[in-house]
Design a protein around this ligand. Structure first.
Ligand code: NG1
Ligand code: MG
Length: 506
């Protein structure tokens, strides 16, 4: 992946679609005004990072497999003024939010380099933790001994807890702002990786899809993001021709607060997939090649080296084949209890003590559970990894003329992803199930939850001529009790949007 610096925008028009630019210009002007009202001086620059919508590839980034998201126009922007250096004990970062009801102002103290610079209380679920996380990550990476103070006002349009990555947009935006304020020269890739690590300060053992997409997204293109053997982001054309397809986002209006539910949802899934990977590494005799606590991708990659690929030429087809072989081996490798393993059974299967298992899988991040669903989770992950490759393959080969058949095949993959998220990964919820059902009934060729799930948004693939009817049908059904304003912000068609960057000439 090219080691490019963070994008510099000269105008709002570089960032948003023509239709959105004038509204965005007002928003940027209003941010500058709020900054002046808050701090009595104008900001020096604005940093910007978008949310993302994941088209396909759910809960597999932290297992090492490639995912296929795209940037959205909804984003976080931060106006910044860089002041003098701060001494330990002083305010080093002042954060204000344009939405006073969220939390107006928050001062972060400078603890000094030897004490880890700033403290983040992961037990308190506050928006500014994500800002502190980005800030802390950059300062620690740069090793700045006397960092310069930053005054910021933040404005966000990504709905919180909606599966559109409001959290990573905040982390990425403040990481870019901090890097620029402290005179660092980190590339967009370095910042993306740093933001992945920083967001974990907030207590969720997250994957890397969101931050990489926010940093690297391109207008008009989806991104195929791979994490192994190294991070790479490849543009994938969204087939655009006859009949054109569109992606429509619809919010279930169930807020999914990942930081709160992580111990029995997100962090637990990470642990389950890691335990499953270790068992499969033993079962497939590749344990020595993958080391301790491998990911499922480590196991598939090691095992695929032992496979012969008679007559399979394309590397995508070979990858799909390797996954298939491991899927077939799952039942024998993890057949101990299809209804799930107790901790005692996990220990027996791994031939390890409870203390060792707890140390390796269950202590770094908080986890609460009585049962580990190893088979179901691993089956989802491996088949979802295949679906991503199949989706990418269809996009790459669609060319100029997208036939209805290809559009339906893309939709089928999205539907299969949803079904697997619901039945095997248990990360859907009744409202998401209902919304997906209505989307499919009203013309979506495919519809699924996007992001971590347990609430948040759906993404649907709809043929462009049908988008208006589709959206109206949802208003009459799922959103019959919402006001017009609520509805407009909950349901919208989206197109791949520009990734993060900086604007210096205000
Ligand atoms: P959300 O909760 O939608 O921001 C999370 C993770 C992703 C990925 C998805 C599920 C973070 C920051 N984000 O996204 O890495 O694992 O869930 O595919 O942890
Ligand atoms: Mg998030």
């Amino acid at each position: 992946m090219a080691n490019s610096l963070v994008t510099e925008f000269t105008s709002v028009k570089d960032i948003y679609s023509a239709a959105a630019s004038s509204e965005q210009e007002c928003r940027y002007r209003s941010l500058v005004k709020t900054f002046f009202q808050t701090y009595g001086k104008p900001p020096q620059f604005i940093a910007r990072a978008p949310g993302r919508v994941n088209i396909i590839g759910e809960h597999i980034d932290y297992c090492g497999f490639g995912v296929l998201p795209m940037g959205i126009e909804k984003d976080v922007i931060a106006a910044v003024y860089v002041a003098d250096e701060a001494l330990p004990g002083e305010t080093i970062l002042s954060l204000a939010n344009t939405q006073p009801d969220v939390y107006f102002k928050r001062e972060v103290q400078f603890l000094g380099l030897d004490q880890g610079i700033v403290e983040i209380d992961a037990a308190r679920h506050e928006w500014y933790n994500y800002c502190s996380a980005g800030f802390k990550g950059v300062l620690e990476t740069l090793g700045t001994k006397a960092p310069r103070k930053m005054l910021c006002v933040v404005d966000g349009t990504v709905p919180g807890g909606g599966g559109l990555s409001s959290s990573s947009a905040l982390v990425c935006c403040i990481s870019i702002a901090t890097m620029h304020a402290q005179g660092g020269k980190l590339s967009a890739e370095q910042l993306a990786l740093l933001a992945v690590a920083s967001e974990r300060y907030v207590g969720v053992n997250g994957g890397g899809m969101d931050q990489v997409c926010s940093m690297m997204a391109k207008k008009d293109e989806a991104l195929f993001i791979e994490f192994s053997p190294v991070l790479s982001a490849t543009s994938v054309p969204i087939p655009l021709a006859d009949p054109p397809i569109s992606f429509v986002i619809a919010n279930s209006l169930v807020v999914s607060d990942k930081a709160t539910t992580a111990p029995f949802c997100y962090n637990l899934r990470v642990a389950e997939t890691r335990i499953a990977a270790s068992l499969m590494a033993h079962h497939l005799n590749v344990y020595d090649q993958v080391g301790v606590t491998p990911t499922l991708e480590d196991v598939v990659a090691a095992y695929s080296k032992t496979l012969e690929y008679p007559e399979i030429e394309s590397s995508i087809d070979r990858a799909i084949f390797s996954l298939e072989v491991v899927i077939k081996a799952l039942r024998r490798g993890l057949n101990y209890h299809e209804e799930g393993y107790t901790l005692t059974q996990v220990c027996e299967a791994l031939d390890a003590s409870e203390a060792a298992v707890t140390k390796s899988y269950l202590t770094e991040y908080p986890i609460k559970t009585d049962v580990f669903h190893l088979y179901k989770r691993a089956y989802h992950v491996l088949t979802e990894a295949q679906r991503v490759l199949q989706f990418r393959h269809l996009c790459d080969n669609a060319g100029e003329k997208l036939s209805k058949n290809i559009a339906q095949s893309l939709g089928d993959l999205m539907n299969a992803s949803q079904n697997s998220c619901k039945a095997l990964y248990n990360c859907s919820c009744p409202e998401l199930d209902e919304l997906v059902k209505l989307c499919r009934l009203n013309g979506a060729l495919g519809s699924r939850l996007t992001g971590a799930g347990w609430g948040g948004c759906t993404i649907s693939l709809v043929l462009q001529p049908q988008v208006n009817d589709f959206i109206q049908a949802l208003q009459k059904s799922y959103y019959s009790k919402s006001t017009d304003e609520e509805f407009i912000s909950a349901v919208f068609a989206t197109h791949p949007a520009q990734g993060a960057g900086l604007m210096k000439n205000l």
